[in-house]
Design a protein around this ligand. Structure first.
Ligand SMILES: Nc1ncnc2c1ncn2[C@@H]1O[C@H](COP(=O)(O)OP(=O)(O)OP(=O)(O)O)[C@@H](O)[C@H]1O
Length: 482
């Protein structure tokens, strides 16, 4: 059976889509802070426009931090964007790094032999802080609310090998990680009509591997073929795809993602017996229909980067080869982050590596970015730690000008007409949960479907390295290098 490629709302912001303009609406939610905070305080105090003084009423609403009817959404708090986490010292070795937090400042102290350096960050977590504390302090619930309002929020765990990145994102047997805490929060906070989708893949060098294994769930009947679609990306020399699965319960989502975690490539690094030897990326997509005929489309992306390590310090030849690949992709990502810091991010950075390509949609202007820099306190790791702290310090310059993304919802009559229409057959294969964005984009998606259209597809999607979304039951294709 010929499969059809469908697209969905998550990709609608791209310039290269020939989607009618009115399908895509971006709303800037980055109100200038003073006006924004005034508006927040007023709303929290239950003050309505009627309570304003005549003078306030003469001031334009925009200057008072208020918005038009269409943009009236719950306000955001300014999020913590850069945090440093110091892992516990599990050995008896001397330390060179410790946290010095007080209600007024959050600092990291680093002993450099002849002098002591102090660095200040939004949040500093010491060895005694667990993942729950990290989740609360980085304002996990607020980030979740932001995703429900259609913002792409991305959280990185960054640092040298063995510094606690995987522990932070995926947790351990005894402690849930940020992923589990976010998933539970998503399901607790989800409005009845919202639909949640999850995907998880790893990137190693030029290859992307889907980590989600849905076969067990399909066999059990807890998942149906129509609950799965495939997002395609052009890696350097091949087309890769990963599954995006509709998840209906927190338990199912966690089970799927925990399995994905164990499918990840691991090995031995210079300082970790069970080191992640790839970058793991988890996406939680939320489609949240509103009452005004629009649905917000937001994504939470959690990135557990592989740790940096000096190639020659890895104990095996295979490990050294792997470290080289990882360091190369981390250098490209570092360059991208540096551009973000200076506000000079350009399209060329996207093409520098497959990792950059995968993360581009979730890092570009309009997305919220939070970074948790993990560091080892040990004296022997001081050089690597100082370079992590330098990156963390510079990353304080990154500004998140968050934007919400919306798509128009088709009316029930439009959906029925689209499904019946022979002009939009993709609508007929779009699973119920995807009916909104998929069916609206069906004409475009369909035209990229036929075989022998690689060149056309690459010219359409190649500029951001994505090939689109494949319908349920698709098979991965080999494609021309882009
Ligand atoms: N905050 C923490 N509390 C308790 N244990 C921790 C903490 N951070 C790290 N560990 C432990 O240290 C070890 C290494 O941590 P982890 O695997 O998370 O590091 P990593 O930065 O992901 O390393 P790599 O980059 O090599 O994958 C694990 O056994 C982990 O359980």
């Amino acid at each position: 059976m010929a499969h059809r490629r469908i697209d969905h709302g998550f990709l609608q912001q791209r310039q290269d889509l020939d989607v009618p303009r009115n399908l895509l609406q971006e709303r800037d939610v980055s109100t200038p802070l003073p006006a924004f905070l005034t508006a927040c305080a007023e709303r929290m105090a239950g003050r309505t426009p009627k309570d304003h003084s005549p003078e306030e009423r003469r001031t334009p609403r925009s200057a008072r931090g208020e918005r038009g009817e269409a943009n009236r959404r719950p306000p955001f708090l300014p999020f913590v964007s850069v945090a440093v986490r110091i892992r516990p010292n599990l050995s008896q070795e001397p330390v060179a790094l410790w946290a010095k937090s007080s209600p007024s400042s959050q600092r990291v102290c680093c002993h450099r032999g002849f002098l002591l350096e102090e660095y200040e960050f939004s949040r500093v977590f010491g060895p005694e802080d667990d993942n729950r504390t990290v989740f609360d302090q980085i304002q996990g619930p607020t980030l979740t609310a932001s995703v429900f309002q259609g913002v792409n929020e991305t959280l990185f765990a960054y640092g040298q090998t063995g510094s606690g990145k995987t522990h932070t994102i995926f947790g351990s047997r005894s402690e849930p990680g940020l992923l589990e805490l976010f998933v539970r929060r998503f399901f607790d906070a989800a409005p009845a009509k919202a639909a949640l989708f999850a995907g998880c893949y790893e990137v190693l060098g030029d290859s992307l591997t889907d980590l989600v294994d849905s076969r067990r769930f399909l066999a059990e009947g807890s998942l149906h073929h129509e609950d799965i679609v495939h997002d395609e990306l052009f890696a350097k020399t091949q087309r890769c795809s990963y599954q995006i699965v509709r998840v209906r319960t927190a338990e199912m989502c966690l089970s799927l993602l925990n399995n994905a975690r164990w499918n990840r490539t691991s090995g031995v690094s210079s300082f970790n017996e069970d080191s992640s030897r790839s970058h793991a990326i988890v996406h939680l997509f939320v489609q949240n229909p509103g009452s005004d005929g629009c649905a917000s489309i937001g994504t939470l992306t959690l990135v557990d980067l592989a740790g940096t390590e000096k190639e020659h310090e890895n104990p095996s030849e295979k490990g050294r080869k792997c470290a080289r690949l990882l360091n190369t992709s981390l250098s490209s990502l570092n360059r991208l982050l540096r551009k973000l810091q200076t506000g000079s991010l350009g399209e060329s950075e996207r093409r520098q590596s497959v990792l950059n390509k995968c993360l581009w949609e979730y890092l570009r202007p309009g997305c919220g970015i939070a970074l948790v820099f993990c560091a080892s306190p040990l004296l022997q790791h001081r050089a690597a730690t100082l370079s992590t702290l330098a990156m963390a310090t510079d990353s304080k310059l990154i500004q998140s000008q968050r934007k919400s993304q919306y798509v128009n919802m088709p009316s029930p009559r439009q959906s029925a007409r689209a499904q019946a229409s022979s002009l939009s057959p993709a609508a007929a294969v779009a699973p119920a949960g995807w009916q909104l964005p998929c069916s609206q984009l069906s004409n475009r998606a369909d035209s990229a479907d036929s075989s022998g259209r690689d060149a056309q597809a690459s010219s359409r999607y190649g500029t951001n390295g994505r090939a689109g979304i494949l319908a349920p039951g698709k098979k991965q294709q080999s494609g021309r290098p882009v």
